[in-house]
Write a protein that binds this ligand. Structure first.
Ligand SMILES: [Ca+2]
Ligand SMILES: [Ca+2]
Ligand SMILES: [Ca+2]
Length: 233
């Protein structure tokens, strides 16, 4: 009994009340587009430990693994540094011209169909991702991403197929505590092992300048393990 009343008191603390409010808010008007925001908030509070035993802030600026649009085009990523060939980046590039932006990601092997909405993956959590991340002003923090992404659809059936037909193409704008979908028209295609994402002219594309730095991220989860590849590493 004493334990329960202790817990009861504990739950009345400001931080728990604030947390309950957030949970209630998300549960009341579930919006798949806010999934990113929720994840980002979760991630912000997580502590990471680096190889030296120190803690890592995932939101701290990072400059070392970003490259200019010119440099990234000449860069290659090792094959085999990701567990699965469909998320194993081999090279990638970003090209901007008057017609918009073209993002290319070459993977080790995209010849096999993928399974979406795998039973082991938790509802509304990320299952697949192939993303180009943009640090517009080169300060080490990303402001936009252009990507294919798939969150496990609670209503969706398990389906097999390709990335272009099944994952969602979108441009995300990072906000203070999450991300929101940016207004952008996209076209996507797969050519062999290459994924091509075309973003038509928009605010995001026009704000890409000489200081802009880019890096690439892929992600896969089967519910048991989470795997990724980064370029540059
Ligand atoms: Ca790789
Ligand atoms: Ca930035
Ligand atoms: Ca890599």
């Amino acid at each position: 009994m004493a334990v329960y009343s202790l817990m009861d008191e504990e739950m009345k603390k400001t931080e728990y009340l604030a947390m309950q409010k957030i949970v209630k808010k998300h549960a009341a008007g579930w919006d798949p587009e806010s999934v990113y925001a929720n994840i980002a908030v979760e991630m912000k509070d997580r502590q990471y430990t680096d190889t030296q035993g120190g803690t890592v802030d995932p939101y701290a600026p990072r400059l070392e693994n970003r490259a200019s649009l010119e440099d990234i085009a000449d860069e290659a990523d090792p094959e085999g540094d990701a567990a699965r060939p469909f998320i194993d980046l081999v090279n990638a590039s970003v090209e901007k011209d008057a017609d918009g932006l073209i993002v290319r990601m070459r993977l080790a092997d995209l010849s096999q169909p993928l399974t979406f909405n795998q039973p082991g993956v938790r509802d509304n959590t990320m299952e697949y991702r192939w993303a180009a991340m943009f640090d517009m002003n080169g300060d080490g923090r990303d402001e936009y991403s252009a990507e294919w992404v798939w969150f496990k659809d609670p209503e969706g059936k398990k389906i097999g197929g390709g990335i272009v037909d099944n994952a969602q193409m979108s441009v995300w704008k990072m906000t203070g505590d999450g991300a929101e979908k940016a207004d952008a028209h996209l076209r996507g295609e797969q050519k062999g092992n290459e994924l091509i994402l075309e973003v038509l002219p928009c605010d995001f594309v026009s704000s890409i300048g000489p200081k802009t730095r880019v890096h690439f991220k892929t992600f896969y989860s089967d519910g048991k393990t989470e795997e990724e590849d980064l370029m540059p590493d």
